[in-house]
Design a binder for this molecule. Sequence first.
Ligand code: FAD
Length: 474
Amino acid sequence: MTEVQFTSLKGGTVALSTDTLTALRPQLRGTLCLKDEAGYDEARTIWNAMIDRRPSAVVRCHGASDVIQAVRLARDNGLLVAVRGGGHNIAGNAVCERGLLIDLSPMRSVRVDPKNRTARVEPGVTLAEFDKEAQTFGLATPLGINSTTGVAGLTLGGGFGWLSRKFGFTVDNLISADVVTADGALVQASAAENSDLFWAIRGGGGNFGVATSFEFKLHPVGPDLTSGLIVHPFARARELLAGYSKVAAAAPDDLTVWVVLRKAPPLPFLPAEVHGKEILVFAVCYAGDPGEAENALAPLRALGEPIADVIGVQPYAAWQSAFDPLLTPGAFNYWKSHNFTALSDGLLDTLVEAVWTLPTGECEIFIAQLGGASSRVAADASAYPHRDANFVMNVHTRWRDRSDEKASIKWARELFAATAPDATGGVYVNFMPEDETDRIAGAYGGNHVRLASLKAKYDPDNLFRLNQNVTPQA
Ligand SMILES: Cc1cc2nc3c(=O)[nH]c(=O)nc-3n(C[C@H](O)[C@H](O)[C@H](O)COP(=O)(O)OP(=O)(O)OC[C@H]3O[C@@H](n4cnc5c(N)ncnc54)[C@H](O)[C@@H]3O)c2cc1C
């Protein structure tokens, strides 16, 4: 009889016999993969190539029953556990070294109820899959802007994108979830049932159990709406950003404009001489009637003289994947993020200066516009606390060659430090890299104490610790 070594929750290692592990196989709908077996590498490979961890075993779940078996195995033997949804999180907590990986990526069903405008979504579903199903009926809920992202991790952290100024965060549109808790029980969480757990999973990340199904509210959206890019040369970036700040402050909820500062990729609508040069991009989505978009966009279009204006009426689902080519999996990535209530002159100066020293051609600064409906929710209505963030800056550094790593991370950290005086101190839990354990309090803000006491109720031994972790505090 051979043994498999696991990292123990108590520190050190714990050995399980292969007999114990293989006895699980006939009980699963999905599969158990040990190192180097079929499916193992697929399960442990995630979006950020910086993460290269080798779990001792993987349960590739096909349903809640598989999740329950996996959680019980981990709990009964004190095994380190990681939970993987779409595998997109920058921190890489979806995979563990020498632990048990609960892989939800095979759970891909989406069931839309067009009459009641709701959707039931399994935790391996990507944004593209959800959007395609819902858009068939002209419906959607607010999700993120990169269609290969997982619905599960995005939702549990908060979730925002092009529809958030109109319909709020993803968590504001969650009706209920099924959750396998640390004791291996399957419970429903909603406003009516286990309402404290429902509060906690709407922004508290994966701390409280494994969500095996989500129920969302849907809204009529598109299916065609006005969206696209306005691309400017960087020379007048400072002036454009000041103009943007005013346009954003006056924008209706239907209009969302994000800013991307980067070197121009070789996009077909950009002249060749611009490729590789610094640019400022306004990424625009008008979530209302396309006939009203022209008026709403006029103040933005009055700014500067763009190189390209490729805004038009297109399917919402296509716009949801417009950034995919720039955010493909497999590159090395490191992020730093701040929340801002406003974009001060000093902050804009710092951002413009930083762009002239971008460390690689794929690095970029994203400024997401929030506010609108996403701000008209009380900070303690759900665990997601940052309702004051009108702008979320995400410094994406990205490189392919290991020799660019040091300079990229240094650049991100320096820009983060230089912009800190303008920031609220809060941070979106889903944008935190692996090394930001000192920002946990900032991530959960005024909701941290309640989250710690609910953690003590639902996961007193901190089985679910590979996340932006809330320490149980009775
Ligand atoms: C390129 C890119 C673009 C992004 N754009 C946006 C955006 O526009 N808006 C936005 O809000 N976010 C955005 N994000 C951040 C995204 O929300 C997070 O990365 C999120 O964690 C991804 O979810 P996932 O299921 O793919 O991740 P995973 O890495 O699989 O999961 C992240 C963590 O969530 C927990 N988890 C996942 N599934 C479950 C589950 N079913 N039950 C319990 N715990 C679970 C685990 O702790 C896991 O470590 C983006 C990320 C990337 C990489």
